[in-house]
Ligand binder design. Structure first.
Ligand SMILES: *Cc1c(COP(=O)(O)O)cnc(C)c1O
Length: 345
């Protein structure tokens, strides 16, 4: 007999598919590719691959070759590319695996050119993170390379229209006009919302698939992940009693606490101490005190009656949780721990 789970993560696959369809519909002339790096932003790369392949998505991106190997065989009609390209140490794996690299340095371009195989190339148009600068890209280095997709990436897409995005767009257009490639791609989730000028032949969607950020129409992406954890103990404390490490919460009234089997080791960010919440019977139940590695106390005084052993729903609405935690939605998702019982809907 397996031990009973203590914390649950529900994952709404229909919401992932619906979010993908919303991006695909907003960029109808473009391939709508999915970023499934970091184990599908913490929610499951293989699950996302299968869910979106069934919805009609054909192009996927990971960061590393180990992620390619972990995915296993691709569904029919789908393709995969590796955003960090191919370092010398990855070359043997890259030649054996079913994916193409997104080459990001001149050294990678020179090494891959020897293979004669197709690849993508990343152009750095101002973010100064990864990729060939425009001058390097136009130096002749790329001559003869079989480029599937020429990429760049926006630094300030989340800020909406503005000079930084316009400058990167112009820089990308200038390079794309002179480098032969089958396709060109610039926008991530937020970049897709900047409008058709930014869509090119492909958009690369990540966070929006997983319920973070906004759809191109401006509404929030449909929530994907829900969280719950078991109430290990209910305890009543008196006014003046303090709770948890550092005694950072002091009861101002007779207070009922639910001590729940969830902590920062599960990715319930420690910065949600005294700022996160659970929800019981529609009642907001704030975190009381500091979040421990494996335990969190919620103030359930105003909630309908609860029992030890009950599952308590934790508010993991990404925008609110990110604001409460002072962390990005990306961090909250990719930081989710491995101890959850994952329930696919
Ligand atoms: C991760 C990533 C994306 C997806 O970004 P989101 O903001 O999650 O949509 C797109 N392009 C590149 C190059 C990335 O690394």
């Amino acid at each position: 007999m397996l031990p009973a789970p203590h914390a649950w993560l529900t994952i709404d696959r229909a919401a992932i598919a619906a979010n993908w369809r919303a991006f695909a519909a907003a960029a109808p002339q473009s391939v709508c590719a999915a970023a499934i790096k970091a184990d599908g932003y913490g929610l499951g790369a293989r699950m996302t691959l299968d869910t979106l392949a069934a919805a009609g998505c054909s192009e996927f991106f990971v960061a590393h070759w180990a992620e390619v190997a972990a995915l296993g065989a691709l569904p029919p009609g789908t393709r995969l590319a590796v955003l960090h390209g191919v370092a010398a140490a990855d070359m043997a794996a890259a030649l054996a695996l079913e994916a193409r690299p997104v080459l990001v340095t001149p050294a990678q371009v020179r090494a891959w050119a020897q293979t004669g195989r197709p690849c993508d190339v990343m152009i750095d148009t101002g973010m100064n993170r990864l990729g060939l600068g425009p001058a390097e890209a136009l130096s002749g280095l790329l001559d003869g390379l079989a480029i599937d997709t020429l990429h760049s990436h926006l630094a300030c897409a989340e800020d909406g229209p503005g000079e930084a995005n316009a400058r990167q767009l112009a820089a990308f257009r200038a390079v794309a006009a002179r480098v032969p490639a089958q396709r060109r791609a610039l926008a991530n989730s937020a970049g897709t919302g900047l409008g058709p000028d930014y869509h090119f032949d492909m958009v690369r969607i990540g966070i929006g698939l997983y319920g973070g950020g906004h759809l191109p129409g401006g509404e929030r992406a449909a929530p994907v992940a829900g969280m719950a954890a078991r109430i290990l103990q209910l305890r009543d404390v008196a006014p003046g009693d303090s709770v948890g490490y550092g005694a950072t919460f002091t009861a101002a009234r007779p207070t009922r606490l639910a001590i729940v089997d969830l902590g920062y080791a599960d990715g319930y960010a420690r910065s949600l101490s005294n700022s996160g919440a659970a929800i019981a019977g529609g009642v907001h139940c704030p975190v009381a005190g500091r979040i421990s590695m494996d335990l969190t106390a919620f103030d359930v005084t105003d909630a309908p009656p609860l029992r030890e052993g009950d599952a308590l729903a934790v508010d993991f609405e990404l925008a609110a949780a990110a604001a409460a935690a002072g962390r990005s939605e990306y961090e909250l998702l990719t930081g989710l721990g491995r101890r959850f019982e994952r329930i696919l809907r």
